[in-house]
Design a protein around this ligand. Sequence first.
Ligand code: SF4
Length: 442
Amino acid sequence: MSDYKGFQFKTYDFSKQLDTHIDLIDLLHNTIGADLKKRPENVRWLFEPVQQYLDELAALRENPDKLVYRHFTFAPEIVYAMDCISYVPEALTFMMPTEYLCALVDEGREMDVPDHFCGFLGGVTAPLLTGRLPKPKAILHCNQPCDNSVAWGSVLAESFPDTEMFILDNPYGDDEEGVRFAAEQLREGFNYLERMTGKRLDLDRFREVMAKSAEAYRLMYEINEYKKAIPCPIPTSSILRPISVAFYALTGTEGLVGWLEKHLADTKERYEKGTGGWREEKMRVVWNLSWPIFDYGVYDWMEETFGAIAVAYHSAEPFYQPPDIDYGKASYEELLRALALRNNNHAMGRQGRGHFMTFVNDTLKWCREFSADGAIFAGHWQCQANWAAAQITKEKLMEELGIPMLIMTVDQLDPRVVSAEQMVSRLEPFLEMLAEKKGIKP
Ligand code: SF4
């Protein structure tokens, strides 16, 4: 472990050459999966979404004809409605142990992948270009949220020249015209999946998936209402990874609904007892844009040293408001419209397309609703689109809510760019300032 003023952060062993030519699904099962199984029974349920997605990936071995590549901001409901399995290469990097991620990023750089190419995609570029990832039956791609993602489409096309791709042209605006525009394309998307997989869309299955998706969002909004309480009853940083996996990969599944019901029951119990997360809450912050995932010790440090509880993580929060329709009887048109709304409001996608004031206004919304004392713009260094909104977001937060925002560069995945110790050395004076402003002693 490495040390910052007595606080221990993770250390990494980059001294060995790792074999990157291994099955990445096996790697996740043998590392993250094995680790989850070792967790104490009473907290294991917290990580169910991660386990659910690992199980889905494992199921690909027996069902290669169901394999659909899906961009991480393309709503998974379309894949579940077709009874297929969604394979998101970016999700592998999101969950992968740091040493492997770095080795794979380096392998890509040796193949001339530029260092301004996002590590989420760059971490799986070498396996993709060298034919180490499974061959898809179909590929669902889209043009949001960033230039890296658009470039990723070319990598996919070059890697699977015999597999036609479907690319959703996400609309610029969020008005009804934008919803109709997306719905019409999703109709074509279903036609495409039928053609590529040889399966027929079952309308009842589509109804069921959209009903479960709507239920998942209803539960999440209810949980978020409790998050507004002081102290925040949820140890938010501990469930950040499962929440992200849940809403980027599992909407439309029964497993997610079941997990959210447990999550809500736990939240209510904590709320009624007046208990917060793991540590005493003295101030509240919102992480906008990205947040480090290679060492969750950063959040522990903030909580232990300053009582600074992160109440919202911009790119992991829900935005889709499911339409109030009878999903059991809904027509195909109504379901397509709901799916279009879901897609247009996909977290991260929503703020990475169209006018950049969406990013600014979404930040204002989370900070206002969750009574934040400050915001942290942890800018993933390759996320150029949202970096453009950093300064105006900072000014708007001060102007409208009177709260400051720290702007700092991070690489969400790679500690060699900015280490946890470097991050907290930037966070420390900012949190000291918030503590002074609130008149509290860290
Ligand atoms: S939005 Fe940012 S983090 Fe996401 S793929 Fe693009 S560059 Fe990477």
